[in-house]
Design a protein around this ligand. Sequence first.
Ligand code: ZN
Length: 177
Amino acid sequence: MFAALCADGLPIASDGETESVTLEFGTGAGTLWRCRTCGEDLTETTTGYATDTADGLLCAAYDPPDGALTGSEQGRHDPERIPLSWCNGAGIRVDESADSVTVSLSVGDPRGAFTFTLRRICDDAPGELAGRIVLHTPYPGESLPHMPLTAVRPGTYLVGATPAAAAQIWPASCDAA
Ligand SMILES: [Zn+2]
């Protein structure tokens, strides 16, 4: 096997024998939110979204109009979800002995991942699949899933929620997605 390793389309020095590549995301110890205005990472508290500073609820970037109190509701951080903060990482692994390529995506427990494996069945294997390529994917009802899946339609699954919740949060208007 010889595999070229590229990042953003550009080759990376490699011995050609690379068997796995991973892309790991870190937004800082599981931080899921940041402030749209000041860009600080935020954590959810009982009183709102705050940074880990003493006056964490108040946005340093807030520019109060004349006469407004800096401690007012408007002076608070404006939380937004951090893109890709739901993903721990993604990887590709090749296994020459199994004649397979596996793509993995971790969104729950960082020790595990959803895996998608394409594999060619041995030419001398018994049965009709000999020499054919098969695709293994996660599926609803799988034992020990990385996260539970609920089918929305063929090829689209809701991750980590119950079927009842899926019906509620996937209105018909989202079908074009
Ligand atoms: Zn802020």
